[in-house]
Design a protein around this ligand. Structure first.
Ligand code: URA
Length: 431
């Protein structure tokens, strides 16, 4: 294969064969094709796009570029992916619900970067909890409890890691076939039969409009279907943070309240909706699936799975029964309402950036974070508030980042005289 010929082919808008994509992507992963040629090719893809077949082949080539998890012996496996949001602790609630429903979650999760959180960081709010399990233990735990969560192995879809880094510095990140193939390559390599996607749309999300979100969801569902998996996507609002807490320990607390059936409505409804998708993918009637999913939050069965899971990976299960003992930074500050009326907007991106400023997130991979800091929404969009009343409460450590966080939150808050129209959380479904 002649690389300049392949670049020219894409530059002129033609479709690559699978063998050509292997030559480009595997050649690059092995270090045989240089950055400058792949940079040119990525830009050609950015400008010319890819057909659905080509996107699916690119995804498979990336998925097969490294280790692939074999979950073949586990019953009814499900993976879940969120395209990233603020206050999104859904995985902490949904995965033990799925386990309680008789499905198996043997999943790799990520850490947070910039304003978006990550499940592994949240779980590390439990002292001693580890995201590293040898493969045999990972599979055994998934079989016994129905739930095992580990950090991303370095050998999973290495082609994606390398391509993503290059996209980041060549202005080719925001390209639909490249995003869809990047996300799905990791999901395919992770081995689950069913994948539930939560595609976030709005101010705090990668996809700003419903139209873009739908296109991404369709592309990912199409890739999964072509690869023989069951993939279902739900499009959900991410203009405002999900639930009332943002920041690692605070989010774990809120997840536990939700597992007890005492969570905020938006978060509870989203977890139920995603669980219904997972059960429906295994052929269950939707009305029955919904009733069964809700029951796991009432009867304590999801909470019990979560406690067992935390303990199995080295955390203190007693904290699940006493979430108030999770470390939350002792400093408190509040953002007050500038007027009487209704909260119109609490911008998710501002809240995410505020948590980052307080030390609860990282700008670069590998940086340590403070699990105890965060932001609590005392009022959510649509709720009434009086002038001078607290809308947001910050938990900070010795004032670190407090003024920056406060300025971001004030900037992201709008209060209006009339009640805003209620915003639906679940915007669409694609399967
Ligand atoms: N997340 C990914 O994993 N890849 C992308 O390209 C974008 C978001």
């Amino acid at each position: 294969l002649n690389i300049p010929d392949l670049i020219r082919k894409k530059r002129d808008g033609a479709e690559h064969s699978r063998a050509e994509l292997e030559g480009l992507v595997l050649g690059y992963t092995r270090g045989e094709v240089p950055d400058y040629q792949i940079s040119a090719w990525l830009m050609a893809v950015y400008l010319r796009g890819m057909t659905p077949r080509e996107t699916a082949d690119l995804t498979l080539v990336m998925a097969e570029s490294g280790d692939q998890m074999n979950l073949g012996n586990l019953p009814r496996t499900v993976d879940k992916h969120s395209t990233g949001g603020v206050g999104d602790k859904t995985s902490l609630i949904l995965t033990p619900m799925l386990a309680a429903l008789g499905l198996t979650v043997a999943k790799m999760s990520g850490r947070g970067l910039a304003h978006t959180g990550g499940t592994i960081d949240k779980l590390e709010s439990f002292p001693g909890w580890t995201p590293e399990l040898p493969e045999e233990r990972f599979l055994a735990q998934a079989r016994e409890i129905g739930l095992a969560l580990v950090g991303q192995s370095r050998d999973l879809a290495p082609a994606d890691g390398k391509l993503y880094a290059l996209r980041d510095v060549t202005a080719t990140v925001d390209c639909l076939p490249l995003i869809a193939s990047s996300i799905m390559s990791k999901k395919l390599a992770s081995g689950a039969h069913t994948v539930i996607l939560d595609v976030k749309v709005g101010a705090g999300a990668f996809m700003r409009t419903l139209e873009d979100g739908r296109a991404l969801a369709r592309a990912m569902v199409d890739i999964g279907t072509r690869a023989g998996r069951q993939v279902r996507a739900v499009l959900t609002d991410m203009d405002a943070p999900l639930g009332r807490m943002a920041g690692n320990s605070l989010e774990v607390r809120e997840a536990i309240y939700t597992l007890r059936g005492e969570g905020p409505e938006d978060l509870t409804e989203l977890c139920v909706a995603l669980a219904v998708e997972a059960l429906a993918a295994y052929g269950e009637d939707e009305a029955q699936a919904e009733a069964r999913a809700r029951a796991t939050l009432r009867d304590g069965s999801a909470l019990e799975r979560f406690r067992a899971f935390v303990a199995a990976q080295g955390g203190d299960g007693a904290l699940v029964d006493h979430p108030e003992r999770l470390d939350v930074a002792p400093g408190r500050a509040e953002v007050l309402s500038p007027a009487s009326g209704f909260v119109e907007r609490i911008d998710a991106l501002s809240v995410g950036r505020a948590v980052l400023a307080l030390g609860g997130g990282r700008e670069r991979k590998g940086e340590a974070i403070d699990h105890g800091v965060g932001v609590e929404l005392l009022r959510k969009p649509g709720e009434a508030v009086s002038a001078g009343e607290a809308v947001l409460r910050l938990s900070h450590r010795n004032g670190r980042g407090l003024e920056t966080a406060r300025a971001l939150l004030e900037e992201g808050l709008t209060v209006t005289a009339t009640a805003p129209a209620p915003q639906p959380l679940i915007l669409d479904r694609v399967n």
